[in-house]
Design a protein around this ligand. Sequence first.
Ligand code: 13P
Length: 308
Amino acid sequence: MNDLIEEINDLKKRRDAAILAHYYQDGEIQDLADITGDSLKLAREATKVTHSTIVFCGVHFMAETAKILNPDKRVLLPDLQAGCSLAESCPADKLARYQEMLRQNGRRFQTVTYVNSAAAVKALSDWVVTSGNAEAIVRRVPSDCEILFVPDRHLGQYLQEVTGRKMILWDGSCIVHEIFSVGDLLAMKRKLPGSIALAHPECPANIREHSDFIGGTEAMLKHLATYAEPRDFLVATEANMMWQMQSKFPQHRYHPVPGIACACNKCPHMARNTLEKLRDCLALETPEIVWQPTFDRAREVLQRSLLN
Ligand code: 13P
């Protein structure tokens, strides 16, 4: 293991590469990364990288976003198959047909798209949001326009609640956040009186309504920073997030909210990236995110939405 880490660090220098890792990656990968963050922070930080290569330890849409915002850089992803159930739920051709149907029915709308989507879907959108800026962007949509929100219906529902804007919701969801068990969450709250439940806005309403704080991964860390004394936190998001929480705020105790059918909530797509694959992708400089025709239009939308 130590040899592997040394090898990665050595290759990183030889390839002039920076490693960016999402909070949902295994702790050992986050530990090696130059930058860790949520989707928004990583997209923004990618534009400040001075190295010629970015190795993105996350899922495909994240690496694709980094490439779109940095066309001149080589962007590598340790496993190209690291996908996303939300992105899969919204194919571009299906969205284009739906938008056309709405237009033919005389509906005036803007499309607000969660960053967990393919570039071709972003290219069909007016805005791209992450959990970190979604509320602010939704508030910027002119009030005489309807909002078509894709693809996460739970995040969309949450945004409707906090902004009061009614939305047309796409029927997508995250396989990790969809399955937290409300029964177990309530049992944990009874067992640990005074505990604080944190839920990602990708969680369904039944989990959100029993949570004390709702926010994306970066917002969760900011929230933890407000507690000096040791507390018990019940965490309803991908389980690797607790590695980051534990590293930054070791005084607290973190308890994963289990899924309905299993004890852990690990994203199988994120888990595709391993230290071995990270080493191999640095050594072989592949798999690489290659520029696609849809990236040009997606770039305009991403720049306007995430960098301003
Ligand atoms: P954030 O990175 O915005 O917390 O969202 C997590 C996520 O959706 C990863 O797929």
